[in-house]
Design a protein around this ligand. Structure first.
Ligand code: G4P
Ligand code: NA
Ligand code: NA
Length: 190
């Protein structure tokens, strides 16, 4: 997606060889027009899949997930991050480490908002090592719903997350693939 590449080049800040800050467009500020365009692109790629629900994780996945769900005409459900978990028989939970934050969080999705007959599209902003994404995949699979695919705005190819999800046989669609952040340069893959 050329427009997203351009915005990443203009506004991305390389924090290290591993981390690209995208606060201006994904993680702190949201551009509604750009976000809608990402939503239309995900919707176009998965249009034939008869999606019944879009699922994401709070917080940065919500805007893109919303744009995708609006375009597909289905609800958006966002998994919550919880510090303490009250025993809730309705909740599907996974404990995941966070690469950038260096902490462990629990992500939770209520069975009220995902059902066995659902065809789910999982949307997220960035994939790095994929711990959070694999946690979400497990939650969706445990719900009994069909996980139709994973749409991610930015795939960092030099970290293993997206590959490990493709290796599970799950369709992964990324809008932009970054092959390297080395030497202070953002390199895109084809
Ligand atoms: P992953 O499963 O998404 O690969 O995430 P991982 O646990 O490796 O990283 C945890 C968090 O760090 C995720 O945000 C992820 O989007 C974010 N992250 C990883 N690499 C980068 C990067 O290069 N740039 C930016 N801007 N973020 C990165 P999160 O915990 O889901 O937080 P939130 O943004 O939803 O609040
Ligand atoms: Na995220
Ligand atoms: Na994030």
């Amino acid at each position: 997606m050329e427009v997203l590449k351009k915005r990443i080049l203009d506004e991305g800040v390389i924090a290290s060889d591993q981390v690209l800050k995208l606060d201006g467009l994904l993680n702190h500020q949201v551009d509604p027009e750009l976000t809608m365009e990402m939503g239309r692109e995900f919707a176009a790629r998965f249009r034939e899949e008869k999606i019944t629900r879009v699922v994401t994780v709070e917080s940065s996945g919500i805007a893109i997930g919303f744009a995708t769900a609006l375009e597909l005409g289905v609800p958006l459900v966002f998994a919550r991050r919880k510090k303490t978990l009250l025993a809730d028989p309705d909740a599907l939970c996974e404990r995941v480490p966070s690469f950038t934050k260096g902490i462990v969080t629990d992500i939770m999705l209520s069975r009220q908002f995902i059902h066995e007959h659902d065809r789910v599209l999982f949307i997220d902003d960035i994939i790095a090592n994929g711990d959070a994404a694999r946690g979400m995949v497990k939650i969706i699979q445990r719900s009994g719903a069909e996980l139709v695919g994973f749409g991610v705005a930015v795939e960092k190819m030099f970290q293993a997350g997206a590959r490990t999800i493709r290796e599970q046989g799950i369709r992964v669609e990324s809008l932009v693939k970054i092959s390297s952040l080395a030497d202070g340069k953002i390199e895109f893959a084809e």
